[in-house]
Write a protein that binds this ligand. Sequence first.
Ligand code: COA
Length: 217
Amino acid sequence: MVNNELPVALIGAGGHAAVCLELLRRQKACLLGYVSPVPSEDLHPQLAYLGSDDILEAYKPEEVNLVMGIGFVVGSDLRERLYRQYRKRGFRFKTLIHESAVVALDAELKEGAQVMAGAVVQARAVIGENVLVNTRASVDHDTIVESHAAIMPGATICGGVKIGEGCFIGAGATVVQQVFLGNRSVLGAGALALKNLPEGSYAYGAPAKEGRHESHT
Ligand SMILES: CC(C)(COP(=O)(O)OP(=O)(O)OC[C@H]1O[C@@H](n2cnc3c(N)ncnc32)[C@H](O)[C@@H]1OP(=O)(O)O)[C@@H](O)C(=O)NCCC(=O)NCCS
């Protein structure tokens, strides 16, 4: 169980970190600072720079919660890798729900899930650990989104869909009802997935067709 009373350290200092910080400030979260290889001039000037990843050695997991401020980049596993590393060390990740998001009462959000501004998560949906449901995306009833997947702005995931672990759903893409996307598949921006996609696949277009992507492993 995550103790939501603890202060928060933000991991990352880029665009997604800025979005998480905005949400945390609105919710008047107690912010310890941010962790990044180098200080950023773009984050809020009053947010303390804690140092690079090693700085968390100075804290006990019972003293601080983490927020994953690193976005999902196709071909990079940084978001997932850091999440796993910190969890292994006992740190806990705060679940974020923007005040303008709608999350059904019987939807389930697992640790570190992030539901950003204007997003909708419908009845009986399950949003896995470290999953990002980004700005104005929607996840409809009975859909399961497995750990570390990311649903980018404006994407529409219909009912009864299964999105495998580490999948990336591009901005504005649509996945129709009952479709299964295998683990670590990538659906490009604006794509329309009408059929299941196998694990590790890479597809784009409407209707989505599989293609190759060298950097996606
Ligand atoms: C699918 C995607 C990952 C492909 O990236 P990539 O492998 O680097 O592809 P490239 O940019 O080299 O493009 C290769 C070809 O596919 C086409 N293509 C790429 N993405 C496409 C898409 N989403 N829809 C249609 N065609 C696409 C390109 O036009 C290009 O065609 P060409 O060879 O005829 O010029 C990427 O384009 C994409 O959709 N990313 C999602 C972006 C997003 O949602 N960002 C959210 C940020 S919050």
